[in-house]
Design a protein around this ligand. Structure first.
Ligand code: AR6
Length: 242
């Protein structure tokens, strides 16, 4: 099944991705990174990442789909490991952090539950002007727990990759964390995702430990066209063709 998920090299060769005229990045990792359109719950990989909430007991969006596909054992495992053990006054998984579970009835072996920052509660619908959103993204007091949303989103990707390597897992598939119900703007979120992964793979011996990082874009989402266009445009910037 992983053989069916095309690498960036294959996408370039098929003409599905086009390199930009110029990029400050050197070509690298083209066999380790994939862009895949579809449902993350169908992927048979070592780990899929869930865009969870800090309660870790399920929700809407990709979280709901993962819990449905995994069956009730997932919720029970999360409750036992992280909800029941959470100290009084703390949450099972604070924003920016991740928790790992097994995959239960999913084809993937593990699920890494990542809690992205939410801008939705602050925006209450689309921003009136771009400047309002720009302020929100940079103002540490305006969003999640007094921390800058971009840093929290980067932490989701960074922590997921670290947990992956710690557990000796070889592949990981990410959804577009925070860009659905949590309202993070897609271009900024994609830049954070791609930058964090490119930097992680570039460090020390990380590239040897990671076989594949898959960006999964939901083909049936309301914003799937927009998401696909964004990844097609930005991926070649961070991972240019040789
Ligand atoms: N496979 C891949 N991607 C998917 C799938 C799927 N089956 N379903 C949705 N997506 P969201 P968030 C995409 O809203 O913004 C939940 O209630 C979707 O198109 O799932 O981080 C949680 O419990 C979008 O691109 O996550 C939290 O409370 C991306 O997944 C909250 O939502 C993320 O959208 C988290 O919100």
């Amino acid at each position: 099944p992983l053989a069916e998920v095309k690498t960036l090299r294959q996408l370039y060769e098929a003409g599905d991705l086009r390199a930009p005229a110029k990029s400050e990045y050197k070509p690298a990792f083209l066999d380790k990174v994939s862009l895949h359109l579809g449902d993350i719950t169908k992927l048979q990989v070592d780990a899929i990442v869930n865009a969870a909430n800090s309660g870790l007991q399920g929700g809407g969006g990709v979280d709901g789909s993962i819990h449905r596909a995994a069956g009730p054992g997932l919720k029970a495992e999360l409750r036992e490991k992280y909800v029941d053990t959470a100290k009084a006054g703390s949450v099972p998984c604070p924003t920016g952090e991740v928790r790992i579970s097994t995959g239960h009835e999913l084809p993937s072996k593990y699920v890494i539950h990542a809690v992205g920052p939410s801008l939705a509660w602050n925006l209450r619908g689309p921003p009136a002007e771009d400047t309002k959103l720009a302020t929100l993204l940079r103002d540490p007091t305006s969003a999640s727990e007094g921390k800058i949303p971009a840093a929290l989103l980067a932490s989701c990707y960074q922590n997921s990759l670290e947990v992956m390597v710690e557990n000796k897992l070889k592949h990981i598939a990410f959804p577009c964390i925070s860009t659905g119900i949590y309202g993070y703007p897609i271009v900024e979120a994609t830049e954070i995702a791609l930058h964090t992964i490119r930097t992680f793979l570039s460090a020390d011996d990380h590239a040897d430990k990671v076989e594949r990082v898959i960006f999964v874009l939901f083909d049936k989402g309301p914003d799937s066209e927009r998401d696909i266009a964004t990844y097609r445009k930005l991926l070649p910037h961070f991972f240019p063709q040789e």
